[in-house]
Design a protein around this ligand. Structure first.
Ligand code: PGA
Length: 250
């Protein structure tokens, strides 16, 4: 049985005070959940998050990393430094980084390798554009992303991944993939993971859905057999709503 995992992607939002309020809600309510919870705030909040979640079930995630370990990369953060901040997870391949910062599959692949070498688990995002979906090319486009990024990683590496299926047309738009659309794509992703690695690893890989997940649609999405959790953007900034999404996964 794969455990459910719900991750918050705060993007360039949030504050020290939101962190405090969020943790108040979670610390008093989270004790009995079987769901893994990861919060990915902006980097400057990571150390505070690390200290605040000690002894709780919440784990610290980052939204970005550079593939190099140090050097003249103004504004970037290395994997070893993230590790010092208590980071156990890091989002890679998010469509905003691909589109706004021109990140290629090759760069995402090298970031992924760096994360794994430094003991940080990648949350690898893949997803199709609206044009690709409308023209029936959504499956091949997601499979192509997976192949370019994951080919060549060994079974042990693969066992450290989480994949997040995030259709670009559903991110921040209020449009969600139907539970059936998402479940179908998750099965395709799992099949591809099987052919890239081993059946056993693929069977245990958590595949999250992301794209306008909210308190109204969370239960229907999370009850699908192939949906093992959610990567939540906008709704993760509202403490009670994010908590209810975690509760829906439990
Ligand atoms: P959203 O963002 O929930 O606001 O659509 C999800 C994401 O970008 O990870």
């Amino acid at each position: 049985m794969r455990a459910k995992l719900v991750a918050a992607n705060w993007k360039m939002n949030g504050s020290f005070s939101l962190l405090d309020k969020m943790l108040d809600v979670f610390k008093s309510n989270l004790r009995n959940t079987s769901c893994q919870v990861v919060i990915c705030p902006p980097h400057v909040l990571l150390s505070s998050l690390k200290n605040a979640v000690e002894g709780t079930k919440i784990e610290v995630g980052a939204q970005n990393v550079h593939s190099e370990l140090s050097g003249a990369f103004t504004g970037e953060t290395s994997a070893p430094l993230l590790k010092e901040c208590g980071v156990m997870w890091c989002i890679v391949g998010h469509s905003e980084r691909r589109m706004i910062f021109n990140e290629s599959d090759e760069f995402i692949r090298s970031k992924t390798a760096t994360l794994l070498k430094n003991g940080i688990r990648p949350i690898l995002c893949v997803g199709e554009s609206l044009e690709q979906r409308d023209s029936g090319k959504h499956e091949e486009s997601v499979v192509a992303q997976l192949r370019k990024i994951l080919t060549g990683f060994n079974a042990e590496d693969q066992s450290r991944f989480v994949v997040a299926y995030e259709p670009i047309w559903a991110i921040g738009t209020g449009k969600t993939a139907t539970p059936e659309q998402a479940n179908t794509m998750h099965s395709i992703i799992r099949k591809e993971l099987q052919s890239l690695g081993t059946h056993e690893v693929a069977a245990n890989t958590q595949i999250l859905y992301g794209g306008s997940v909210n308190v109204e649609n969370a239960k229907a999405l999370l009850s699908q057999s192939e949906i093992d959790g959610a990567l939540v953007g906008g709704a993760s900034l509202k403490k009670d709503e994010f908590y209810q999404i975690v509760a829906a996964a439990t």
